[in-house]
Structure formats: C-alpha cells, structure tokens
Design a protein around this ligand. Sequence first.
Ligand code: ZN
Length: 192
Amino acid sequence: MPQILKEIKSLLNHAQNATAHGQANVSFLIKALLRHLKKNIASSAMNYSNQLTTAVFQKLWIAALRQLPHSYSPYSNFPVTASLLMEDGSLFTGINIENASYSMTLCAEASAIANAISQKHQKITHVLVHAPKLDFCPPCGACRQRINEFSTPNTLIILTNQQGNYKTLTMPELLPCSFNLEAHPSSDQSIG
Ligand SMILES: [Zn+2]
C-alpha cells in the first residue's frame, strides 16, 4: 500500500477512536491530513520529472542507435553512442571520437554534452549510453563528472545492452560525493 494511503488510514482510525471517546479534534485531523497530502504531491511531482516511461526510453534509444554509425573509433573498434534528454524536451546525441594521439579521444557522453551546451541547453533529465560491445556500459569517471555538471540529483542515467534492455541509475548513484564548489555537509570530526 502506498505510504500516503497508510497515513490516511491511520488518521481515519485515529479519528474514529477519538470520536468513540468523545475527543474528536476535527480541525487537528484535517490539518494533519492536508500536511501529508501536500508533502506527497510535492514528492510525486519531483519523481514524475525523472520517470523513465517507455516513450522516453524509445526516443533516447532510437536516437542513440541512429547516431552509432557515426562513431569514429578506428583504434579501439569500440563504438559508443549517447543520447540526452533535456529539461525542455530537446534531444541531443553524441558518439566517441578517437584520435591517433589516444589521450585526445572524446567520449560519446562528452560529445553529446558539447552538442547540447553549444545550443544553450543546460539541464539534462535523462542520459542514455550504449556500447554494442559491452552490455550496460557505464560512463567513464571523467564523464560522470561532466554529466554531473549539467544534471540534478533526479537525472536518470540509462545503461543498455544489445537487446534494448536497460538499467537506470540516479546521478548520486552514478557519482557519489561528486566534486562541486558548494560545501559538502560537514563530515570532519574533531580529533582529541
Ligand atoms: Zn567518458
């Protein structure tokens, strides 16, 4: 049973008991109920923004597969494609772009992000990554930080396999304790 229904049921039980004992405080109960509803509606709205519906998955998946043949990966022969869904519904894609000087290689996620940012789209809601040669290929460490820069804690990262199955991670799951210039909650402890 969803938490909100449990809470409503408990409040109703409380009301019945109070009434039975002649102690009903209707105003108190209504206020408590409204508080719970308000909290639940706010949290549902937040969750809704990063739900992965079949339609959203299909949109990202098809865009990523269309982009895949453009991967420039002659050295590793390990093509990767990524697609991004932005807050306003815009879609951007990228592929890995290798270089004879290996360290200059650009990841698929990085090229998709560069594509989005250069067109003034900065809030990512979903990231899909696909590498045909590795099931559920995760973003590399550097790309986790890159994605984090343009994400919220609700941004979903979708890892796929060849059959079109997927796993999802939230941004904090993908990159716990990410680097940013805001202070982290204090974890330092005095010694002595
Ligand atoms: Zn990367």
